[in-house]
Unconditional design. Structure first.
Length: 400
């Protein structure tokens, strides 16, 4: 399929980083609109991995690295979760020697290698005129690099943490919040039956939006987030009070995986890091649970309060998209095509203050997006606070 005969042009799509519901609807929207406008569409498999692994030989079998997309293919996948193009955390600018493709091993000998030149040649080999990467700030930061190297890039924000700068909304966030609320409410029956604390660890490496929004919606009594190191003694006191005030004698706290004890640091599963320099988080929920039980005697007449500890993890990113994550990806896909049809590139499609728009793509690398603690988080009460909803965006704390 290399050297495809061009119609109006060729558009490439890839999905990188963690999977979320809404990716397949985005791929569907781009493909259907693009083909009807006269473009051919290529799906790069395994995120940036497909762009790295491809062999520039018309006789080579590259079926594991890219796919020519049709309406039939995307219509079947468009209602489902995950990404049928598959994903990875490959960073083409930072490839260990052991991960350099076999056909390039003779050319790259450093412990860490920049394969950007190969990526550009591979995209040219496929005849790709415009590239649409869909991902979080890691995936999109490499999209910025390619744009700076001369590739025509229109990016689309995806992360259930909702932490890509420049946009109020990232694909996957609404489904994550919906699932978190639903599963928290389901686990209430066990917490109430046993009169326990319920501790739920949720995704959120640097930003606490996935803990804040469900708590604001009433799913939890308290939440602890990466943006503010918390006092475990104060959390125990508050949760014990919440439990005593509840006729069913239980209370709930959402713990962002990146949350930190006062005087402590983030908790990692192990020391191994991915291509973007991130070690895998996990375990803060267990630590909070253990200390809550130990400290609860101080506020519960000397009696310990047992804890139900649950890590929601991949449960909130699996399955079909909700309504928002079916509609927004459709709109983002069409917005990307609007830009391409105008010959515009180097942009990030966004939702801003309730309206679809686009921003310069380098907003992804020029700033960071966090919960504004002073504005939205009550550090004394360890929960969200707000004074007025007037003129706030749909998800309240996602825009500055």
């Amino acid at each position: 399929m290399a050297h495809i005969r061009k119609k109006k042009g060729v558009i490439g799509i890839l999905t990188g980083g963690g999977d979320v519901p809404g990716l397949n609807p985005a791929i569907r929207a781009i493909t259907i609109r693009a083909r009807r406008e006269g473009y051919q569409v290529i799906g790069l498999r395994h995120g940036w991995g497909g762009a790295v692994e491809l062999v520039r030989d018309s006789e080579a079998d590259n079926s594991d690295h890219y796919l020519l997309l049709t309406e039939e293919i995307v219509n079947k996948a468009g209602r489902t979760g995950g990404t049928f193009l598959h994903t990875s955390r490959t960073h083409p600018g930072h490839v260990p020697k052991a991960n350099v493709p076999a056909h390039l091993q003779g050319e790259y000998h450093q412990p860490m290698n920049d394969l950007t030149e190969e990526v550009l040649k591979n995209l040219d080999f496929l005849g790709i005129d415009y590239l649409i990467p869909i991902g979080g700030d890691d995936t999109l930061s490499y999209g910025v690099r390619l744009y700076q190297e001369g590739m025509k890039v229109v990016a689309m924000p995806k992360t259930m943490d909702n932490d890509v700068p420049g946009t109020d909304y990232c694909i996957g966030f609404s489904t994550c919040v919906t699932r978190t609320i639903h599963m928290t409410n389901s686990l209430r029956t066990s917490a109430g039956s046993h009169e326990r604390f319920l501790v739920l660890e949720v995704f959120g490496r640097y930003a606490g939006f996935t803990a804040m929004l469900p708590t604001m919606a009433g799913a939890a009594n308290r939440c602890v987030i990466p943006e503010h190191k918390f006092d475990i003694d104060r959390l125990t006191e508050l949760l014990t009070h919440d439990r005593q005030a509840n006729p069913s004698r239980y209370s709930v706290v959402l713990v962002s995986e990146g949350a930190m004890f006062e005087g402590g640091e983030m908790v990692y599963q192990d020391a191994e890091k991915d291509a973007y320099g991130h070690a895998k988080l996990g375990g803060i929920g267990e630590m909070v649970s253990a200390q809550l039980k130990e400290l609860s005697t101080k506020y519960n007449d000397g009696k310990p309060i047992d804890v139900i500890n649950q890590k929601l993890g991949y449960l909130v990113r699996g399955g079909d998209p909700d309504a928002v994550d079916s509609i927004v990806p459709m709109a983002y896909g069409n917005l990307a095509l609007d830009l391409i049809l105008k010959g515009i590139h180097g942009r990030l499609v966004v939702l801003k203050n309730g309206r679809y728009d686009d921003m310069p793509i380098d907003v992804v690398t020029s700033t960071k997006k966090f919960v504004n603690v002073d504005k939205y988080y009550n550090i004394g009460r360890l929960r969200p606070h707000y004074k007025s909803f007037e003129m706030q965006p749909q998800f309240i704390m996602t825009s500055e």
